[in-house]
Design a protein around this ligand. Structure first.
Ligand SMILES: C[S@@+](CC[C@H](N)C(=O)[O-])C[C@H]1O[C@@H](n2cnc3c(N)ncnc32)[C@H](O)[C@@H]1O
Length: 197
């Protein structure tokens, strides 16, 4: 990859996703984009850049998506979810008592563990949310992670990273031991397993 290729990619990624790479991150670009260039039948990242400059929207999307970091897991970092349950929700329940509506936006929801964790927190609140209309909207820059989020199917490894066994037992779809099914519309995800919300 030549210095002008790197500058082109840096600017493109800043504009498209907000990713701000410092001048010494060539290795990161190479580790993420060399597999993509090979998969697309190109010999180098320079060739990939030429295709992008030639107006290939598809390659550009794939490049931006390949540079995202999709790390996530259920109840990630625990504290934000404790805060959500113990401080934020009590305030919301009071403030919205007459409207009984709640919309939550996971603006970078990755493969869905974050919106599903929120849905499980809310489901645990049971009667306190009876009669409420609750909606969780999960969006992400990457179409690939959104597809996984919509499917709501997680491997044992992914489940074991953060999801307490009790929560798994309560929320997975009966008869499909390794999957938790969701009803999805576009990028809006609703908890489906018998919730009163
Ligand atoms: C590290 S993951 C975090 C997922 C989740 N919020 C969590 O904390 O577990 C970051 C996610 O942000 C997404 N992302 C990066 N830039 C974005 C942008 N400009 N707009 C929307 N999503 C973006 C990535 O695709 C990735 O899935």
């Amino acid at each position: 990859m030549t210095p002008p290729d790197y500058e082109y990619l840096r600017k493109l990624l800043k504009d498209r996703s907000g990713l701000d790479l410092s001048a010494d991150k060539q290795y990161l670009i190479e580790s993420r984009l060399l597999p993509l260039s090979r998969k697309s039948g190109m010999a180098s990242i320079s060739e990939l850049v030429q295709k992008m400059k030639g107006g290939s929207a598809d390659i550009t999307t794939q490049v931006v998506e390949a540079m995202t970091t999709n790390e996530t897991f259920f109840f990630r970092d625990k504290v934000p979810f404790d805060h959500f349950r113990d401080s934020i929700m009590p305030e919301i329940l009071q403030a919205r008592a007459s409207r009984k509506t709640l919309r939550i936006w996971c603006a970078a929801g990755s493969t869905g563990q974050e919106p599903y964790s929120l849905a499980m927190c809310l489901k645990e609140m049971g009667a306190a949310l009876a009669g409420w209309r609750v909606e969780i909207l999960a969006t992400d820059l990457s179409q690939e992670v959104l597809e996984k989020s919509k499917a709501g199917i997680y491997s044992q490894f992914e489940v074991q990273r953060g999801l307490p066994t009790q929560m798994l037992v309560k929320n997975r779809v009966p008869g499909r031991s390794s999957r938790r099914r969701t009803r999805s519309e576009g990028s809006t995800i609703f908890p489906s397993s018998g919730s009163s919300m």
